[in-house]
Design a protein around this ligand. Structure first.
Ligand code: GLU
Length: 457
């Protein structure tokens, strides 16, 4: 069977780095196994879901390099869920309940006081047809619970019922179905909670592997029971640890913290984000993978730690620099062209400056320095001014090459006796207007004799 995974965000906000981790783990797993990736919008909550967020999620994923093979919207699949609801009702596995939240809370407290586990006592199962009719005549509408298979013949006498699965991340897992309440699958107003549509879709779309955050481990016990109730074999599950901020707070789509969009606007490379999102909190060291194929080689679901991992954006800066420093010209060229950096100087220019960039866009600043006017006028004191003027008189004749800088500075050293910083800093300031920057040996060649001579103070 073709490996089929899905990433199932609810479009209720912009995806953050934690959602990105889930998306990428699925994407890389599919890549590694020649599989398919489905983007499924869990938009059954029509109040909170917005098209605008769905579009933003698609843009963010595409920018990161995740290209879905199939896109589905749960809001367009209500008929399919209704069929499964009927199937479960017919089998007596979905039953109507009429309790209000207050009634449930009162019962919960009573059970706790009697030292009973605070789970739903299935009281609604005892309602006769007349009682139900009377409640409905009062205007009450039922919500529907799934009858968990945690008893032998009497649903009021539950027994420990273990559900097992071998988790791709966490290894063998056990959940006891007797420790939980029958989950509500359909609300009073007929809307679906996440639990059932997700299973129905996973069956219908042929999902073979569910890789998601470990906040869903308990759901998995219930969902495995629902898969079986619908006559399907459950897929393989993997629950990865969640990411938090540096101060340990959870990430939320609603707050917009560490959203992919904000990181993109801050100028980070998609592969810097992808590398950190995938490798942080795993047994692999965090490297800057140049592309998805390289990152896929480092994917090791079993090596993901069991506890939450802190996402530190400062680490992004390090990865971003590493990616730029190693980026070959071929890969940079289209983006340089978009910044107006092209022509025969573009390649030597890129090779000269890439080692100095924190962000790709900074290339434009250096291009201006190398080919245009200096954005800042160099500040040289009188002595340095005299030194730089003397140095300019010693500039070698054209054509220039990789040796020119060495030849020039040796000639300057011999003529003036200056060396080290005293020699380089005034020259750097005169040539670029900046106290720091790319290797002058390379920059000089890109600038060429005419531009260089024009910088003579
Ligand atoms: N919409 C669910 C979520 O974002 C999907 C969970 C799942 O992958 O099953 O948490």
């Amino acid at each position: 069977m073709t490996v089929t995974v899905r990433f199932a965000p609810s479009p209720t906000g912009y995806i953050h780095i934690g959602n990105t981790r889930t998306a990428l783990l699925n994407w890389l797993f599919a890549q590694k196994n020649g599989g398919r990736f489905i983007l499924r919008y869990d938009d059954t909550d029509v109040e909170r879901s917005r098209d605008e967020y769905a579009r933003a999620i698609a843009i963010d994923l595409d920018w990161l390099g995740v290209k879905p093979d199939q896109v589905e919207y749960q809001s367009k699949r209500f008929d399919i869920y209704a069929r499964s609801v009927e199937q479960l009702k017919r089998a007596g596995l979905l039953y109507p309940c009429y309790e209000t939240a207050e009634e449930l809370e009162r019962r919960r407290k009573l059970r706790l006081a009697r030292r009973l586990p605070p789970v739903y006592g299935r009281e609604a199962l005892k309602l006769t047809d007349e009682q139900k009719a009377a409640l409905e005549a009062e205007g009450r509408k039922p919500h529907w619970r799934f009858l968990l298979p945690n008893y032998d013949s009497d649903p009021f006498v539950t027994r420990r019922t273990e559900v097992h699965w071998d988790d791709l991340v966490r290894g063998p897992q056990t959940v006891d179905l007797a420790s939980m309440s029958d989950p509500v699958l359909v609300r009073e107003d007929g809307t679906y909670l996440y639990t059932l549509p997700s299973v129905v879709d996973d069956i219908d779309l042929g999902v073979t592997h569910i890789i998601r955050g470990d906040d869903h481990v308990t759901n998995t016990g219930v969902q495995i029971a629902i898969f079986r109730a619908l006559g399907a074999e459950p897929p393989v599950f993997g629950h990865h640890n969640l990411l938090t901020t540096v101060s340990g707070e959870g990430l939320s789509k609603r707050t917009g913290a560490l959203s992919v969009g904000s990181l993109r606007e801050a100028g980070y490379e998609p592969m810097a984000i992808a590398s950190l999102a995938v490798l942080i909190g795993t047994s692999e060291s965090v490297i800057a993978a140049a592309d998805m194929a390289e990152l896929a080689e480092h994917l090791d679901l079993a090596g993901i730690s069991k506890s939450a991992a802190k996402f530190d954006p400062a680490e992004l800066d390090t990865l971003n620099r590493a990616l730029l420093h190693e980026m070959p010209f071929d890969r940079a060229a289209p983006r340089l062209a978009a910044l107006g950096i092209d022509g025969e100087k573009a390649e030597p220019f890129w090779n000269a400056v890439r080692g100095n960039l924190n962000r790709f866009q900074e290339a434009r600043f250096w291009w201006q320095i190398v080919t245009g006017d200096l954005p800042e006028k160099p500040e040289l004191d009188e002595q340095d001014l005299a030194f730089v003027r003397e140095a300019f008189d010693l500039l070698p004749a054209a054509p220039w090459d990789g040796q020119t800088w060495k030849n020039w500075t040796e000639a300057i050293k011999a003529a003036t006796g200056r060396k080290g910083k005293n020699l380089f800093m005034p020259l750097r300031l005169a040539l670029t207007g900046q106290p720091h920057g790319p290797e002058l040996a390379q920059l000089l060649v890109v600038m060429g004799p005419a531009k260089t001579l024009a910088r003579r103070p």
